[in-house]
Design a binder for this molecule. Structure first.
Ligand code: COA
Length: 240
């Protein structure tokens, strides 16, 4: 995983230069939580039934909780955390960097120390469940996903594992999802590892386009989810 602390930059029509860089906690956390809330609207409706549309503080509670959840994973495990950002330009009308996409990857333990060093910081919100949230529903839905994931991982063995991937809705269909996914595939190739993920219906095509295959389909709170894997092959090895 040679490039974890570096930034790579490409040019994207309409938004100018986009960069891929490690997400740096705590400064990035509110933006990452906000992307989670904006991108996963269906889960907001399921998990935050008590949020008041007219009360912005309940929305902020959700943003904080989503950010804290990502941080908790960094603190508790070997996780790599990548952001896609835009650079300020006349083309996009921005005067500062904006985080437009995020992915979090579970990576082999050999990388753990490096990532922990990057994010060696305190974030005490992690355990706090906002009053607008239905924690019973959350446990129920996460239980379904964990059970289905375990079935596949028991069979396939552990590879690198995508834990979240989202592009801000205002920046969809500009290659941000593909950039975040490619980052993880590049690391998996370097580690000679397979990649596992749970896809939403919206994300499924992105993963199929990059060679992931569907191993399971199941319902989570009325929404289809897909267990998918990308299998590492050395260069020159046939696809099947
Ligand atoms: C799924 C998701 C991550 C895709 O992100 P994205 O940034 O829009 O993805 P990309 O832009 O890389 O690819 C999406 C499509 O845009 C196309 N595209 C990429 N760059 C483009 C450009 N510059 N101009 C036009 N189209 C473009 C891609 O070819 C792709 O098309 P296809 O699906 O027909 O093949 C995003 O919609 C999202 O966050 N959804 C909600 C959260 C979610 O479901 N996440 C997945 C969890 S597993």
């Amino acid at each position: 995983m040679g490039s974890i602390t570096t930034t790579t930059t490409t040019t994207t029509p309409g938004i100018g230069k986009i960069s891929t860089r490690p997400a740096l906690i705590p400064a990035d956390v509110p933006a990452l939580g906000a992307i989670g809330r904006a991108a996963f609207g269906y889960s907001s409706r399921l998990l935050f039934p008590n949020a008041e549309p007219s009360d912005p503080s309940t929305q902020q509670d959700e943003v904080r909780w989503r950010g804290a959840r990502l941080v908790a994973r960094v603190k508790n495990g070997n996780v790599a955390f990548v952001a896609v950002t835009t650079e300020p330009s006349a083309e996009n009308g921005q005067d500062q960097e904006v985080i437009v996409g995020v992915a979090q990857w579970k990576v082999p333990a050999k990388h753990e120390a490096k990532w922990k060093e990057l994010w060696n910081t305190e974030w005490d919100e992690a355990g706090k469940i906002p009053p607008s949230m239905d924690i019973t529903k959350f446990d129920e839905l996460m239980g379904i996903i964990a059970r289905e994931e375990k079935k596949i991982l028991d069979e396939q063995g552990l590879g690198e594992d995508l834990q979240t991937l989202a592009a801000h809705p205002d920046y969809k269909r500009r290659g941000i999802g593909t950039t975040l996914l490619q980052w993880g595939i590049d690391q998996a190739k370097a580690d000679k590892a397979n990649v596992f993920l749970t896809a939403t219906a919206e994300g499924k095509h992105l993963y199929e386009r990059q060679g992931f295959v569907q191993l399971a389909e199941y319902d989570v709170g009325g929404y289809p989810h897909f267990g998918m894997m990308w299998f590492y092959r050395s260069e020159g090895e046939p696809a099947n």
